[in-house]
Design a protein around this ligand. Structure first.
Ligand code: ARG
Length: 588
């Protein structure tokens, strides 16, 4: 279906054409002066230049061609040549009805769905999941859902960091503690134990201990590096330990991401794509893309017009070792073979921007991905504490994600138990939902590329531009709808009204903007636009609520219109928070 803005634009284009001007001047936008009008067309200003005429005369000509048009309750030309418009309640009523029955609430689906890979999360196995990974998970999940909502075929891939030095550290530390394990016996030719020699709790302690020890003990560090190398060269025993590390960690990661309402389709990692590297290196050399530079194998990726220097993309270090960029290129090879995606979106810390510029350019140059494939880097900023420095625990250490979530849930629990008496279990479930909304909305309401201050107190507030405020609004609507159903009839087939009051109309005008907003957020990969919109929508709803007797309205048709409108607002808010990655409780 066409958006209301499109419909109005089409009508204005006709009028421009009829008045003898090019129809391209008929573009209409939402008004930036809601006190004066709802929609505006500034095309007469531009047309005036082209046709060498006063803008106000052009605007008057156009308005003359709209005399019979019944879409507007007010249409006027104002100096120097703006066309100001207000739509009729009847136009809104018809449009709302259309939106309500439309499966995606008026959001146009991609006619040819694209296959899109979203690479997000990116935790490093065996290292604790910390708040730095929180943004990748929250933003990536939302972008994935947004792409999906538009009808695309979207694959979310966690892209685990599972092939690095941390593995060598753990293996070396394990050997120090339990040298008699069969993994360290070079002559062992039996079957390695199925059970892991460590639990997740032990693993979480082993890694930081080993990492700290390696910093002060050169021999240990050498040993860990050697073990990393041997693992990557296929050492049987070390590979068996690696499997244990993966199993234990992935099980724990799954639990953590589940708590965040984050779900991956693929649990692939760096290790999975190592097998593509030898052929890729061969190809890069053979076709002349790569050359040696001080012993290292590199591909030049600088381009004319670069504002800053883009160093070559490194493929192999001088000792022959593969790097982060090598693995990312190999991952693109696998993605191309398996899915031929039209687009790959990387949701990663913006400090990795240069890395991705190099990888993308190299991939295109060497034909690893077709020229037409869109490679997007959605770089996010740092999450700071209220002191303006990168977020830490109260004691000053790196905050574990799990602890952070627990802290917020506890705070929420206290808040909601203050208000009413519910069972402990119900309160806990609700606290979790509100806590998640607080954290996710707090993050997503900022433009991703910006640093932001993680302020639990502000995010958890039920007032202002927060997740809990949005949930509170949804719960408020639900409660009105429930009371309506109890005293009256069903919510099926209700007729929308004609906007009888100023606040009702203001709310309707927000509602009809939903599809355009989604399109905008979609094109810009910008969940923060969804947050800004639902905040406005919630405000319009609450204003309407405070100024209107809804259930007490005596005119049954009017009341029905109100309820229909509330129902649609609820659907939109619920759809929007689904895209953002959280849900509303029944009560709070
Ligand atoms: N594991 C990486 C890190 O923690 C993030 C991975 C991002 N994705 C990618 N394809 N490189 O920094």
């Amino acid at each position: 279906m066409k958006t209301l803005l499109q419909q109005i634009t089409i009508r204005l284009e006709q009028a421009f054409e009829q008045a003898g001007y090019d129809k391209s001047y008929g573009r209409v936008t939402r008004s930036n002066r809601p006190d004066l009008c709802e929609y505006q067309c500034n095309g007469a200003m531009a047309a005036a230049k082209a046709y060498k005429k006063a803008p106000i005369l052009v605007a008057n000509d156009v308005l003359a061609c709209l005399v019979d048009c019944d879409m507007f309750e007010q249409k006027e030309a104002v100096h120097p040549g703006f066309i100001n418009l207000k739509v009729t309640g009847s136009v809104l009523c018809t449009h709302l009805k259309e939106m309500y029955v439309c499966e995606k609430l008026g959001v146009r689906q991609e006619e040819v769905p694209k296959t899109i890979v979203v690479d997000y999360g990116g935790p490093n196995v065996a290292k604790p999941l910390h708040v730095g990974h929180l943004r990748a998970a929250i933003i990536g999940e939302s972008v994935k859902r947004l792409m999906r909502f538009k009808g695309n075929q979207v694959i979310g891939d966690i892209h685990l960091g599972d092939w690095g030095y941390q593995m060598g550290l753990i293996i070396a530390e394990l050997e120090r503690r339990q040298p008699n394990l069969p993994y360290f016996d070079e002559d062992f030719d039996g079957v390695y134990p199925a059970e892991s020699p460590f639990t997740i709790a032990e693993l979480e302690e082993i890694y930081p201990t080993a990492s700290a020890f390696a910093k002060e003990n050169e021999a240990f560090r050498e040993n860990a590096l050697e073990k990393t190398y041997l693992l990557q060269s296929g050492h049987k025993g070390y590979f068996a330990i690696w499997r244990h590390i993966m199993d234990v960690s992935v099980a724990d990661l799954k639990k953590n991401y589940q708590d965040l309402n984050v779900e991956f389709d693929l649990w692939k990692g760096e290790a999975d794509v190592q097998k593509y590297i030898p052929d890729m290196v061969e190809m890069l050399k053979e076709k002349g893309y790569a050359h040696l530079d001080e012993g290292a194998l590199v591909v030049d990726v600088a381009q004319e017009g670069d504002k800053k220097e883009i160093p070559p993309c490194m493929i192999l270090k001088s000792d022959g070792a593969a790097l982060y960029s090598t693995t990312d290129l190999a991952t693109l090879i696998e993605r191309e073979r398996k899915y031929s995606p039209a687009q790959v979106i990387y949701v990663v810390d913006k400090r990795q921007g240069l890395h991705f510029t190099q990888v993308f350019r190299c991939a295109k140059k060497a034909g690893i991905v077709p020229e037409a494939t869109r490679l997007d880097f959605l770089g996010f900023g740092t999450m700071n504490g209220t002191d303006g420095k990168p977020f830490q625990t109260r004691a000053g250490g790196v905050m574990r994600l799990e602890n952070l979530i627990h802290e917020i849930n506890d705070e929420m629990l206290i808040k909601i138990k203050d208000n009413r008496t519910v069972t402990e279990e119900a309160a806990l479930a609700t606290a979790k939902m509100i806590g998640l909304a607080a954290v996710k909305y707090g993050d997503l309401s900022n433009q991703a590329s910006k640093d932001y201050v993680f302020d639990v107190e502000r995010f958890a507030s039920f007032e202002g531009n927060t997740g809990p405020y949005i949930l509170y609004t949804i719960v408020r609507i639900k409660s009105i709808l429930n009371r309506f159903v109890k005293t009256e009839k069903s919510l099926e087939g209700l007729a929308f009204g004609f906007a009888t009051t100023e606040h009702e109309k203001a709310l309707m005008l927000e509602v009809v903007h939903f599809p355009e907003m989604i399109q905008d957020a979609y094109e810009d990969l910008a969940p923060h636009k969804i947050c800004a919109y639902i905040y406005d929508l919630a405000n319009a709803l609450n204003k309407f609520y405070h100024e209107t007797k809804i259930l007490a309205e005596e005119d049954e048709r009017k009341k029905e219109g109100y309820i229909a409108l509330l129902l649609l607002v609820k659907e939109i808010l619920e759809q929007a928070i689904w895209i953002l990655g959280f849900e509303a409780p029944e009560r709070m």
